[in-house]
Design a protein around this ligand. Structure first.
Ligand SMILES: [Fe+2]
Length: 299
């Protein structure tokens, strides 16, 4: 059986040892991983050595793969894998260098957002002392909901949030470090993703638990509220949701496969390393079983 280690006192984040994806994962072992994942929202499987095929096959046990991101950053031959990296090869970036720089849930701007994302660490930047850089922070949207006062629970119930890919792209274009080609692809995507409305209080499709569904830069308005009041509320709510007591900070090691829930958690990448300090990660994005693959790529 697998060995479990809970991370400190954070309400999310759990480590599972004894799973070797390359050697094969039994149905019983996988059920334990999936149940732990549903319970803790973020799970790390350490010391993996997997090929892109093994990464994709393992991911598909959680649900159908979604094609995510910008076409030029997909792994050649494996479009299910989106490359997150600052590495430039033959003058071309191999992946997205500035992914996840604000607190967000992946693809909150589509009507059927993905269940989870599985990020595999191949190269981790390190400081002069050999300590890993580029941590990923996770906030429990479920613990944040649970900790609201009864008055606040009443206030947020029924609120509808506008989530906008287009607005976020406009914001990103101002400071983005991605290539011109990638920027053009992002702009093309704008037309593919009209704004969508989600409930602020989102019931988890699997566990039934209530979560606060809000992403910085992407959740742009509370429907029906005056803009100023709406902006203030979203800013304050995100500050509340990312208080230290709701957050787990993941320090990466090469070989980590990190799996996060896109309903019960939001996440943030910390860009505390230089461009020549290499980071290379492979990500798959997984839908709920009853979702239809949407093919969210730029043309
Ligand atoms: Fe993300």
């Amino acid at each position: 059986m697998n060995k479990h280690i809970a991370f400190s006192s954070a309400p999310l984040g759990h480590q599972i040892l004894g799973v070797d994806i390359a050697a094969g994962v039994s149905d019983e072992q996988f059920k334990e991983v999936a149940d732990t994942f549903d319970k803790y929202g973020v799970v790390v499987l350490r010391n993996q050595k997997i090929t892109p095929e093994q990464h994709i096959d393992f991911s598909r046990r959680f649900g159908p793969t979604e094609l995510y991101g910008i076409a030029s950053y997909l792994l050649p031959g494996h479009p299910e894998i989106f490359v997150v990296s600052n590495i430039v090869e033959n003058g071309k970036p191999i992946g997205m260098a500035d992914a996840g720089r604000t607190w967000h849930s992946d693809m909150c701007y589509v009507t059927s957002p993905p269940r989870c994302s599985l990020l595999y660490g191949l190269e981790v930047p390190r400081d002069d002392a050999g300590e890993p850089l580029g941590d990923t922070l996770f906030g429990s949207t479920q613990a944040a909901y649970d900790a609201l006062s009864p008055e606040m629970k009443q206030k947020v119930e029924g609120l509808k949030v506008r989530n906008s890919y287009a607005t976020n792209v406009e914001r990103k274009q101002k400071f983005s470090t991605v290539s011109e080609k990638a920027q053009v692809e992002r702009l093309k995507n704008q037309a593919k993703f009209p704004d969508v409305i989600h409930s602020l209080v989102r019931q988890h499709p699997i566990t039934g638990r209530k979560c606060l569904y809000l992403s910085e830069g992407l959740s742009v308005a509370i429907e029906g509220w005056p803009p100023e009041e709406s902006d203030k509320f979203i800013t304050e709510m995100l500050a509340y949701m990312t208080r230290p007591e709701f957050v787990y900070r993941h320090r990466w090691c090469e070989g980590d496969l990190l799996i996060w829930d896109n309903c019960s958690a939001i996440h943030l990448a910390i860009p505390d390393f230089a461009a020549d300090n290499h980071r290379r990660m492979h990500r798959t994005t997984i839908l709920y079983e009853d979702s239809v693959e949407q093919g969210q790529l730029a043309a």
